[in-house]
Design a protein around this ligand. Structure first.
Ligand SMILES: NC(=O)c1ccc[n+]([C@@H]2O[C@H](COP(=O)([O-])OP(=O)(O)OC[C@H]3O[C@@H](n4cnc5c(N)ncnc54)[C@H](O)[C@@H]3O)[C@@H](O)[C@H]2O)c1
Ligand SMILES: CC(C)=CCC/C(C)=C/C=C/C(C)=C/C=C/C(C)=C/C=C/C=C(C)/C=C/C=C(C)/C=C/C=C(\C)CCC=C(C)C
Length: 606
């Protein structure tokens, strides 16, 4: 196995953890209730993280509470007197997805006292993990952008480094292997020229168009990569960037309202090639290229060749675990089993949160990593929907959720040199966006064999699926439907990729949109926002401030949208804006209100 030499400080091992993310659980099933005690108990918490994985050299000077462990139960926090009415944190973060954790850690590093409240028993949300029968499964995607040692866009690497953490990663030589209609089989090699040669071999008559489209992506990527990334809602920073890098900023401003499909159509005519570009974009946004913002497409279509895709040894869950540990090392707090059911508003300002058990916590600012639909639909009670949120909901709807199959299989079923990530749409382009139409498949054990018992591989399969499809079923009907849909997907993979797959299955667990809703606390189990029609690029995407004073949002229903690296960026932006508002960074109130009004007005044009 080749490991990248640049990230070698710590190797995360999951061997101590016994946490379960039961994807097979219907909300009705009590057999799959999480094993809270095994992971969240204070007595064991100190051993969950290998010591030495994060350096203390960045420990902030002004530490109000020094934590020796990263996992605190609600009871422990209360016992230690960390909270209380009257005692304020600088920021409370609702949820510990990557968006929330990046916002929390960045603030903690700037000297803020942060409390992260997570409903589940471990951090990470859709970037978490669960273990079964010797397998360590990533809950969500295993394709990690922004995790290299190069440039300014390696936001995952930077987020970890900010709290003194590094992870060992395995470079993935192929981002994804597409298996598409008309026997189009394209590997996206890390080497850009090799990928272009392979694509051009199918479309020699479109060589020029291919080069022009991807070169335009590079123009945007290079502009992005040259900037220091902070809050686009903070005028001193934004104007500073325009002053230092005018060409790059104007390039980005020019592409902000544009979509990838329209640009592809300037250069490419072949409908099959345009459908291929749709599939490229679908991975990024769960919609076709016409609806995918050009900036987001460029980010992903180039980073895979620039920094490359790198998989963290031990599994994706290690990223959130490291960030949570880093947060605590900075003197801040994370509490699990803390289900926030309400945001407390006093005189129009968000001042605190209420948990399901009635406990209340107070802070100068509240940051919600729940989706905007959950935040404004469930956590804010008796508050009219702010105009900005109305606009957001006019432009964006909830993307469908996923059906996921986590499988352990006999290793011999995979041909030698099988790639780690596959995207399968066998015969009909028009099924690309249909529920169960396209199949995503990740085999992370190709890169890290430690995730499965010896002689086994992990197949993590997912396909889009809507909540409506799973409602109103009895328990028996629900289980039968899961089996039926999973059987169909397995047959398709058997026919296309791995003959005999079914007989090699050692372990299987199927999750539905209900599972995603239950364990990720996302309305309808949604994967994130999706434009209703053809959006004006990223113009309509809200940033982090909201119509409620003191309340901020972070995560995939904020600019720039879905994706682990995207939510990491939203975390960086959010932390910067909050830090300015609580006096930890410079700010100009006059320019602030001008810029925020201008941005609000720009969004109405989306
Ligand atoms: N769904 C997937 O399959 C998948 C997989 C991998 C990565 N991703 C990416 O990750 C992105 C999401 O990241 P994110 O940071 O926005 O969020 P997230 O959904 O990953 O995490 C949100 C966290 O907030 C917690 N939470 C929500 N409501 C809460 C409440 N009321 N009280 C306490 N905790 C609460 C959840 O338990 C969860 O841990 C997606 O856009 C996607 O691109 C998704
Ligand atoms: C403000 C104004 C008005 C103006 C100004 C101008 C400027 C300066 C601008 C700027 C801008 C910026 C900076 C921007 C930024 C952006 C970014 C960073 C973005 C990012 C993005 C990212 C993304 C979207 C990502 C995504 C990803 C994803 C989703 C992934 C996924 C994956 C998967 C699903 C997997 C697959 C699998 C298989 C195949 C198996």
């Amino acid at each position: 196995m080749i490991t990248s030499p640049f990230l070698s400080l710590c190797r995360h091992s999951f061997s101590h953890t016994s946490h379960h993310f039961p994807t097979g659980a219907a909300s009705q099933s009590s057999n799959f209730l999480p094993k809270f005690q095994s992971f969240a108990s204070g007595n064991h918490a100190g051993s969950e993280f290998p010591s030495g994985s994060c350096s203390n050299s960045l420990r902030r000077k002004r530490v109000s509470v020094v934590c020796s462990k990263s996992i605190l139960t609600v009871e422990e926090v209360a016992e230690r007197g960390v909270k209380g009415k009257g005692e304020e944190f600088d920021a409370i973060v609702i949820g510990s997805g990557i968006g929330g954790l990046v916002a929390g850690t960045q603030l903690a590093v700037k000297g803020a006292r942060v409390l992260v409240l997570e409903k589940y028993v471990i951090p990470g949300g859709s970037s978490g993990f669960y273990q079964r029968d010797g397998y360590t499964f990533d809950v969500g995607s295993s394709v990690m952008f922004g995790f290299s040692d190069k440039g300014n866009l390696n936001l995952i690497t930077q987020a970890l480094e900010a709290v003194g953490c590094q992870m060992q990663v395995v470079p993935d030589p192929t981002t994804v292997h597409f298996h598409l209609p008309n026997n189009l089989s394209v590997r996206v090699h890390k080497e850009y020229d090799k990928f272009i040669d392979e694509l051009t071999s199918y479309f020699p008559h479109e060589k020029e168009g291919i080069l022009k489209f991807y070169s335009e992506c590079w123009k945007i990527f290079n502009a992005l990569n040259s900037l220091e990334l902070k809050s686009l809602e903070e005028p001193l920073y934004l104007f500073g960037q325009f002053f230092q890098k005018p060409v790059e900023c104007l390039t980005l401003a020019y592409y902000l309202p544009q979509n990838a499909g329209a640009i592809a159509r300037k250069y490419i005519k072949d409908p099959n090639l345009l459908s291929f570009i749709d599939a490229e974009c679908f991975i990024v946004s769960t919609v076709n290229a016409i609806q995918t913002p050009m900036i987001n497409a460029s980010m992903v279509l180039c980073d895979r060749h620039f920094g490359g895709i790198n998989y963290p040894l031990g599994g994706v869950g290690g990223i959130a675990k490291s960030l949570a540990k880093g947060l605590v090392d900075q003197g801040s707090e994370i509490v699990y089993k803390a289900n926030v059911t309400g945001i407390i508003i006093e005189q129009g300002k968000a001042v605190g949160v209420r948990l399901a058990d009635g406990r209340e916590f107070f802070a100068k600012t509240i940051i919600s990593n729940a989706t905007r639909w959950d935040t404004f639909g469930k956590l804010l009670k008796g508050v009219p929907l702010p105009k900005e949120e109305e606009n957001f909901q006019k432009v964006y709807v909830k993307a469908p959720s996923f059906l996921s199959i986590h499988m352990g299989v006999k290793a011999e079923i995979l041909p030698p040199d099988t790639d780690c990530h596959h995207f399968v749409l066998e015969s009909n382009w028009s099924r690309l966006e249909d529920p169960y139409g396209s199949i995503f498949l990740s085999i992370p054990t190709v890169l890290d064999s430690s995730l499965a018992p010896e002689g086994r591989h992990i197949l993590h399969i997912f396909t889009t699926s809507s909540m409506e499809d799973w409602e109103g079923l009895s328990r028996v009907e629900y289980e039968a439907k899961k089996q039926l849909v999973a059987d169909e997907i397995i047959s398709r993979l058997e026919n296309k990729l791995f003959p005999g797959l079914r007989s090699s299955i050692d372990f299987i667990e199927v999750g539905t949109p209900k599972t995603h809703r239950r364990y990720l606390a996302r309305d309808k189990g949604t994967y994130g926002p999706m434009p209703r029609g053809t959006p004006k690029g990223l113009l309509g995407m809200p940033f982090n401030t909201t119509g409620i004073d003191g309340l901020y949002c972070v995560g995939d229903s904020c600019f720039p949208g879905q994706g682990v690296i995207a939510v990491a960026f939203s975390g960086v932006m959010c932390a910067h804006r909050v830090a300015a508002d609580i006096g930890l960074e410079k700010k100009s109130p006059v320019l602030d209100s001008m810029l925020l009004r201008l941005l609000g007005w720009i969004r109405t044009m989306a």
